[in-house]
Design a protein. Sequence first.
Length: 247
Amino acid sequence: MKIGVFDSGAGGLSVVKSLLASNLFDEVIYYGDTARVPYGPKDKNTIIRYSLEALEFFNNFDIDLLITACNTVSAYALPEMNAQSKYPVVGVIEAGVMALENSIVEKDDTILIIATRATISSKRYQESLEKLNYSHIIALQTGLFVPLVEEGIFEGEILEATMNHYFSNIEPPKAIILGCTHFPLIGDALQKYFDKKPLLIHSGEAIVEYLEAHYKLSIQKNRAELKIFASDNVAGLRKIAKYWLGT
Ligand code: DGL
């Protein structure tokens, strides 16, 4: 199976890491819209427009499935993308919700969703969880974490001050939905911040679980071949990939 992975920039490589580790695919074509990142503070119509433009990029490749690693894109652009593509376009939100449902977390436990402004404003996570009768949901826009991760800040004073800024008044959650591609990189810091180590829902692990449940996939002998493309500074993106994925 040859899959495409679309993200607003480099963050989606956190999802690629899980896809490669799964050994379920032959080839992974990654496209990061590095020229226009971040999508998180942008409006719905802009996010949809950029996402449809990304589909044009994937038309150059004969992919079987496209994964939108970006939560912001998954929140707003899936219906439009699916209406215009020949292959299924699958987002990470439904997958994250499924992963939470399959976890030990109970319906009355506190669930913290952290994501970009656009993802939280879309209410996609909140409404999906409410439908499943989760009763204690805290949804926070935590956009400041995005540039921190991009600066390589995964621990230390600045990150702690930012976590205090967002979390000082909330009750400790039983689970945190990492509703943004960048947040798995501060997963350890988030677990340390709260007294009782919350369970982390990671888009990459969740999408692998979701694809296994919904598609006929079999383990491949070799790790998938990864091809990386970007709308700007592809060399920079490939360097990050080397650092994050060791490829
Ligand atoms: N990839 C985005 C997401 O997962 C975060 C970065 C951005 O704002 O574009 O929501």
